[in-house]
Design a protein around this ligand. Structure first.
Ligand code: ADP
Ligand code: MG
Length: 555
């Protein structure tokens, strides 16, 4: 049967031009895209085989193979994944921005199986066309589960049309054959290919292989031998023990996970053993990722079951106040093919979350004690987020409180104290922990409210983070000591004033009250040592800082 010529759908010509000329700044990523497609294809057939094992055809030695051919000037990327039928080829490769992978996930969703669907990389339906950045012609030979005669051959120069014909394809899967452009011959080079695979696809579960020629033997015996080498480490490093993982491996994995260009501030890697077993590898970034403040506040870790990704962002594994933590959890105790709904009810997830939270908080505590400067960097980036935990994670609020840093009346500007330190330095007779909320520590240091505390040798925490207004009263107390606002009620006003004084100032207080109708009361105090007067909020009323905030928002 002669090959049929079909036009690309959509404004493909322009789109192709756009994709090959401006979508990707770096054309070497075509290899990442094609390898990812191959990996998705393998995960798809594995997933489908859960319901119908016949689809495997005994072809389960999962592999993505690169074959550079210097003579033909082609680079072939082969996989033994799900393959495509003729209709699927037309739908997926004949239409730009058509993602069969997205359709696959949607079908899984329709069937109520989205939770089961494997983690697939593709979804935009443009990755495949990146091949035309390096190739002036691309040939795809593919077949899904079936027989060798069911294959389809697709070919295009990426200019607006493609040809389609039936083809013999012995094994299920797909070969993508790139006819390399003259200026892209470097992608025939084995070292180049090897380094690109390491760069982009090292943690891929499936082996990316290549036939490599090696000289073996000595002298007369010397001969060339071809061996198939696996180019990616495939090491899901979280499965290894801590002592087996090199710092640069952690770094690399972290970067692949977060796209951060720097390494993490903290690494939390452990294996929980006992009744339930799971492995955890998570990272605390050293700085705020781009867009962090504008994103939906969703936490989550990647959830694997025996290195098979089942959820890219499993929210049950982390509370939102730890949403800066990135990483993976791998549990052999969860069933692979479980729906998202069922998974959410799995009590094991709560067990894992508890364990992760405990370990993250302890690890942060360790960083604070041992590497304070690093901790300070972390705290400046994520302290506000962490404080959300004071109001949400009742069971851990003391642990979170221990991680807080404050400037205080007694610290030098830019230096910090902790609640534990504060309590440790409380002079005899001081019952409560006093704090003052305001815009800046600098401003607060001049506050008349501090005078009375200074006079008694008591310190006052200076809170300047907007969330403190809510979070600190929610915390309520620390180690049995109440947290009280220094500008409110008893803590600020009152004090014992001799009866004689009360008499003496009676007329003045009366006159002031009359002149200041907006003020609830005018009281005599011995708290101020330098200033003549100050405003005090009612113990239960809105604080002065809050009033200013509300005013600014034009309440
Ligand atoms: P995406 O991967 O974002 O879905 P691509 O442009 O990379 O988009 O690929 C388009 C579609 O072509 C994929 O969704 C998939 O359905 C199909 N496809 C591409 N490569 C393969 C392959 N090696 N095996 C099976 N299907 C493939
Ligand atoms: Mg893709």
């Amino acid at each position: 049967m002669a090959a049929e010529t079909l036009e690309f759908k959509a404004e493909l010509k322009q789109l192709l031009h756009l994709i090959t000329h401006s979508l990707y700044s770096d054309r070497e990523i075509f290899l990442r895209e094609l390898i990812s497609n191959a990996s998705d294809a393998i995960n798809k057939v594995r997933f489908d085989a859960l319901a119908n094992a016949d689809k495997l055809e005994g072809n389960t030695d999962w592999k993505i193979k690169l074959t550079p051919n210097a003579e033909a000037k082609t680079l072939t990327i082969s996989d033994n994944g799900i393959g495509m039928t003729r209709e699927e080829v037309i739908a997926n490769l004949g239409t730009v921005a058509q993602s069969g992978t997205k359709a696959f996930l949607e079908a899984a969703k329709q069937a109520g199986k989205s939770g089961e669907a494997p983690g697939l990389i593709g979804q935009f339906g443009v990755g495949f066309y990146s091949a035309f950045m390096v190739a002036d012609k691309v040939t795809v030979v593919t077949r899904g589960p079936g027989s060798p005669a069911d294959g389809t051959r697709w070919e295009s120069d990426g200019q607006g049309a493609y040809t389609l014909e039936a083809a013999e394809k012995p094994a299920r899967g797909t070969d993508v054959i790139l006819h390399l452009k003259d200026d892209a011959k470097d992608f025939l080079d084995q070292w180049r290919l090897r380094s690109l695979v390491r760069k982009f696809s090292d943690f891929l579960e499936h082996p990316v292989t290549m036939d490599v020629e090696k000289e073996v033997g000595e002298g007369e015996e010397k001969k060339k031998e071809v061996t198939e080498e696996t180019l990616n480490s495939r090491k899901a490093i979280w499965l290894r023990s801590k002592s087996e993982v090199k710092p640069e491996e952690y770094d690399e994995f972290y970067k692949s996970l977060t796209h951060d260009s720097d390494g993490p501030a903290d690494i939390i890697h452990y294996a929980a053993e006992g009744k339930t077993e799971f492995k955890v590898l998570c990272f605390v970034p050293a700085r705020k990722p781009w867009g962090f403040d504008y994103e939906e506040p969703v936490a989550g870790l990647k959830l694997y079951v025996q290195r098979v990704l089942i959820m890219d962002r499993c929210e049950q594994l982390l509370p939102t106040y730890l949403r800066f933590v990135k990483g993976v959890v791998d549990s052999a105790d969860l069933p692979l093919n479980v729906s998202r709904e069922l998974l959410q009810q799995n009590p094991l997830l709560d067990v894992i979350q508890k364990s992760v939270v405990k370990n993250v908080l302890e690890s942060l505590g360790g960083m604070k004690n041992i590497e304070f400067d690093k901790y300070l960097g972390f705290y400046k980036a994520f302290g506000t987020v962490l404080k959300e935990g004071l109001t949400r994670d009742w069971s851990n609020r003391e642990k979170i409180a221990d991680l807080l840093l404050f400037e205080s009346a007694n610290t030098e500007a830019g230096k910090f104290t902790t609640l534990a330190e504060y309590v440790g330095k409380m002079p005899e007779g001081q019952k409560d922990i006093a704090y003052l909320i305001g815009e800046s520590a600098e401003q607060l240091r001049h506050s008349p409210y501090l005078e009375a505390f200074r006079a008694k040798g008591q310190d006052v925490l200076l809170l300047t983070d907007p969330i403190d207004e809510f979070a600190i009263p929610q915390l309520g107390e620390y180690k049995g000591k109440k947290l009280v606002a220094a500008d409110r009620g008893e803590a600020a006003g009152g004090g014992d004033v001799p009866d004689g004084d009360k008499e003496r100032f009676k007329a003045l207080l009366g006159a002031l009250k009359e002149k200041l109708p907006d003020v609830a009361d005018v009281r005599l105090t011995n708290r101020l040592t330098e200033s003549a007067a100050c405003l005090v909020a009612d113990a239960n009323g809105v604080s002065a800082h809050m009033e200013r905030l509300m005013e600014r928002m034009g309440r």
